[in-house]
Design a protein around this ligand. Structure first.
Ligand code: NDP
Length: 483
């Protein structure tokens, strides 16, 4: 088959046991490509070679590792336009977001390139006379990276970059919905000065190759981003082999809007947070907890703003909301619209499938009002361009509603009160808290993660990533006395 993109198995590009086609969700007549699906035997072969390559990579000098990561990061940033276009074409986010994602992915690599030169340990005197203690971090070994489709390049990069920087081998299982971005990143990594087989790409379905990967006793660690049910299954598989695991999963982020908020700022934060990336962000503002003193004015402007947003082809100028990623996801989104209405929520705008010049999965941004926090639309992650307004009587009630969820990834408050902002920052039960900023949008040099069902295991990003990608060795040295 022409245009078939291969997997990278034990350092070689090879076809798989099957192939899938990948189509542009903005234009289903546009075939992005055909992609190989790895077999169980290929998976086992690449894991065996990864073990050998990892020992070689760990022994590379730190400057040699630094040069590899820097080259990957620089190439991603230099090609952000080209690779961002590919990403938007297969995932459906507007072009500016696609380009921004690829550039950000590059920054993960350049940040961790510098970290290769900053791997410090600790020293101490032993409680025993004449004995010294040296504490240092060593690579954890062979790491599986399992990534979702919504940030196909950035999420993978914030796992792959620290994994390599801290001396590990990587076997990457990207989401089958976004294989073209995975192949593009792998082609860049594979061209670098790496031991053969240090980095593998194993495209295939999660249920088949993903499950085989997480059950493998040849692995030392699994870093996963995706849904809660899949995450729970991975945790169960990991414990069987005592494999280290780190998971970022679902969310139900809330933005609290106080009566003293700057109204225009609050509306723009809510619109960006709820509908950026077609609402398919783990950091999306899917609950808007609004003080009764500003509620009506806020809702009026929010609905006007949502109605004005341009839904269209991801690569067209002016598009603000691209298509939903797939037919399955679109169906689930429309089901949630029905669920919300059946629960008594009022759909003030949007929430409908719409046609555009090309055939795709287009949906208008939907705003529910008159909702309560016990409704399913406020408890379950929708991963859709849908948001729900919950009216509250004051700050204390707002904080209680924000915290009343099984998730805990991000939260935000819009207020001019330093006292409320400070109290919220200290008492919101989420891994990330935003003050007068959208719930979505985080940096690459500081930790990222959540609480409750949103995250499990050590934090990702910044220097905190070392906790997951390394293991600590404590050495005791009795030097003796000089002659
Ligand atoms: P899924 O959990 O369905 O898939 C995530 C990844 O896991 C994909 O690569 C998938 O492969 C793979 N997978 C599926 N089943 C298995 C399995 N049994 N064993 C191993 N791997 C498997 O999530 P989505 O891709 O649909 O992504 C959306 C979800 O990701 C949302 O719930 C969202 O909240 C979450 N997310 C969380 C973030 C966070 O940081 N907290 C950030 C971004 C997203 P395949 O797709 O090929 O089947």
């Amino acid at each position: 088959m022409t245009n078939l993109k291969h997997n990278l198995i034990a350092g070689e590009w090879v076809a798989g046991e099957a192939e899938i086609e990948n189509r542009n969700p903005s234009d289903l007549s546009d075939l992005v490509g055909m992609f190989a699906q790895a077999s169980a035997v290929q998976l086992s072969d690449t894991l065996a070679q990864a073990r050998i390559a990892q020992a070689e990579w760990a022994a590379y000098g730190i400057e040699r590792k630094q040069a590899v990561l820097m080259a990957i990061g620089n190439e991603l940033m230099a090609r952000a336009e080209e690779l961002g276009t590919l990403l938007s074409r297969e995932e459906g986010k507007p072009l500016a977001e696609g380009k921004g994602e690829v550039f950000r992915a590059g920054q993960f690599f350049t940040y961790y390139a510098a970290e290769t030169l900053r791997q410090m340990g600790d020293t101490a005197d032993s409680v025993r006379a004449g004995v010294e203690v040296d504490v240092r971090r060593e690579p954890v070994g062979v790491v599986a990276v399992i990534s979702p489709w919504n940030f196909p390049t950035a999420t993978a990069s914030w796992k792959i970059a620290p994994a390599l920087a801290y001396g590990n081998a990587v076997v990457w299982k990207p989401a089958n919905a976004t294989p073209a971005s995975a192949v593009a990143l792998t082609e860049i990594i594979e061209r670098q000065d790496l031991p053969k087989g240090l980095f593998s790409l194993v495209m295939g379905s999660g249920r088949a190759i993903g499950q085989a990967l997480v059950e493998s006793p040849q692995l030392n660690a699994i870093s996963f981003t995706g849904s809660v049910p899949v995450g729970k299954g991975i945790a169960r598989a990991a414990v069987e082999n005592l494999t280290k695991v780190q998971m970022e999963m679902g969310s139900k982020n809330a933005l609290a809007v106080m009566d003293d908020a700057d109204l225009d700022l609050a509306v723009s934060l809510a619109l960006g947070g709820a509908f950026g990336g077609t609402g398919q962000k783990c950091t999306a503002s899917s609950r808007l907890v609004v003080h009764e003193g500003i509620h009506d004015a806020f809702v009026e402007k929010l609905v006007a703003g949502a109605n004005a947003m341009v839904v269209g082809h991801a690569l067209e100028d002016g598009t603000q909301i691209g298509p939903v990623v797939s037919e399955g996801q679109l169906g689930e989104n429309l089901d949630y619209v029905s669920v919300g209405k059946a629960e008594g929520a009022e759909l003030l705008c949007g929430g409908e499938r719409v046609e555009r010049a090309t055939r795709g999965y287009f949906m208008t941004p939907g705003v529910f009002a008159g909702t309560t926090n016990d409704m399913r639309i406020n408890r379950e992650e929708m991963f859709a361009p849908l948001t729900a307004v919950i009216k509250v009587g004051g700050y204390d009630e707002a904080l209680a509603v924000v915290n009343d969820t099984e998730f805990g990834l991000t939260s935000g408050i819009v207020t001019r009160s330093l006292a409320r902002a400070t109290h919220f920052r200290r008492n919101a039960q989420t891994g990330c808290v935003m003050v007068n900023l959208p719930t979505a949008g985080t940096d690459y040099h500081v930790p990222f993660g959540g609480r409750g069902h949103s995250s499990y295991g050590p934090r990702e990003q910044g220097t905190y990533a070392a906790e997951f990608y390394t293991t600590v060795k404590t050495a005791y040295i009795a030097a003796g006395t000089p002659d």
